[in-house]
Design a protein around this ligand. Structure first.
Ligand SMILES: C[S@@+](CC[C@H](N)C(=O)[O-])C[C@H]1O[C@@H](n2cnc3c(N)ncnc32)[C@H](O)[C@@H]1O
Length: 245
């Protein structure tokens, strides 16, 4: 398996696409390939922190309690970006174990800096495609809450297939949630909001939230939310609960 977490993975049959085909038919992903070059200050944080609290996507189920060194409700944030909201939420909820996922190395390096500067102990970081991470690394029924804040909207019709949040992703998140676990989503894109709502409502294992949230429903302003507010976009928040069977 490739050691580059952003590389196109093998197909469902384990066949690796020939290089020529990869160029002709690049794998559809919900993220752009961006440079992973770090500023020196972030490079330093990466070198000091990564081995202790970070890992790349792989095929092994995580022993979450061992990784955090304690048992606590587990919240997974998908697409944390530079992690400013992640760090703030972790400090506001010291009783929660928080896993932050992104493919974007400079963003994760910024989060590592915030963790180091603020002595935050309840965040762990995974770099790679969230779909593969949920499928391979998170045990079914092991997650108390998911957060997906301001996922890339991919507004052009021909790019809609790249969207992270679609019916299959809600089904995948639902299988990883424990009963009554919650998915919290926010977006500032009106048309994507409608699609997200329909997709979440169509997931057979998800329903309206009936119980108390396992994590805070409050959301600090993220970088993308600030930008949305400045151009006057309305923000939509959604939540679903994993139904009991
Ligand atoms: C628009 S940004 C939002 C970042 C942050 N949540 C915020 O509100 O500031 C979306 C982030 O999702 C990440 N992302 C998109 N698809 C992903 C995937 N399949 N796996 C992991 N991260 C992904 C991107 O790299 C990007 O950092």
């Amino acid at each position: 398996m490739s050691t580059d977490p952003t590389a196109a993975p093998d197909d469902a049959n384990g066949n690796t696409e020939p290089e020529s085909d990869k160029r002709l038919y690049p794998r559809v992903t919900s993220y752009r390939t961006r440079t992973g070059v770090l500023k020196p200050s972030r490079q330093g944080a990466w070198e000091r922190m990564w081995d202790e609290i970070g890992r790349n996507v792989d095929d092994d189920i995580i022993d979450v309690e061992a990784w955090f060194g304690r048992r606590a409700p587990l919240v997974v944030e998908i697409g944390c970006g530079t992690g400013t909201a992640t760090a703030e939420m972790a400090m506001a909820e010291p009783n929660v174990n928080l896993i932050a996922i992104d493919v974007y190395k400079p963003g994760l390096a910024k989060l590592l800096q915030l963790i180091e500067q603020n002595n935050i102990t309840n965040i762990r970081v995974i770099r790679g495609d969230a779909v593969a991470i949920l499928e391979n690394m998170l045990a079914p029924g092991s997650v108390d809450g998911f957060r997906v804040f301001f996922p890339d909207p991919w507004p052009k019709t021909r790019h809609h297939k790249r969207r992270l949040l679609k019916p299959e992703m809600f089904t995948l998140m639902a299988t990883r949630l424990r009963p009554r676990g919650v998915v919290h989503v926010a977006t500032d894109h009106a048309e994507y909001a409608q699609y997200i709502e329909e997709s979440g409502n169509s997931a057979p294992l998800l329903g309206i939230v009936t119980g108390p949230w396992p994590m805070s429903s409050e959301r600090p302003e993220t970088k993308f939310e600030g930008r949305a507010a400045r151009i006057g976009n309305a923000i939509s928040d959604f939540a679903w609960e994993r139904i009991t069977e």
